[in-house]
Design a protein around this ligand. Structure first.
Ligand code: 5GP
Length: 144
């Protein structure tokens, strides 16, 4: 089956266009990163390319190369800001691969020894809690 075309009505496209809000952690010419509203761990960040790609299957390889450097930068900042023991990076492709929102993104998940991940798209976090983590991570990125 060919990868379906990019659908500009997806929720992350709306966030990228500024039509919907987000708790923004980081932005540059390539990337927007913001807090996941149903976090699987405290400090769960999503890292997106600004250019349009449905997922890793149709992404421009040049953009992917640039994007992974941003994923690394944000992973280092998340680990430091939240004193995490480790980081899990997740990335889903197509419904059968677990993808729910069809704009390419990487999940950056801080991990602590003995703490399990919560379910995927489980419970909506309170905005003030998301904002607290967002500010800590954004400050670590600015200091980097
Ligand atoms: P995936 O497509 O990687 O399987 O999952 C999409 C992710 O986006 C989930 O972790 C979900 O919690 C998150 N998510 C879904 N809708 C929104 C939204 O409107 N804003 C934010 N910040 N995250 C969202």
């Amino acid at each position: 089956m060919p990868t379906p075309a990019y659908d500009e009505t997806n929720i992350f496209a709306k966030i990228l266009r500024g039509e919907l809000p987000c708790h923004k952690v980081y932005e540059d010419d390539v990337t927007l990163a913001f807090m996941d509203i149903m976090p699987r761990a405290d400090g769960h960040v999503l890292v997106l390319p600004k250019s349009l790609a449905r997922n890793i299957l149709d992404a421009d390889p040049g953009i992917l190369g640039l994007l992974i450097t941003r994923v690394q930068k944000i992973a280092v900042a998340v680990k430091s800001a939240l004193a995490a023991d480790g980081i899990t990076i997740l990335q889903y492709n197509e419904p059968a691969g677990g993808q729910i929102v069809f704009h390419l993104h990487f999940h950056v998940l801080p991990r602590w020894k003995g703490v399990q991940l919560r379910p995927h798209t489980g419970v909506l976090e309170k905005p003030e809690v998301l904002e607290g983590f967002c500010q800590k991570i954004a400050a670590a990125l600015k200091a980097a």
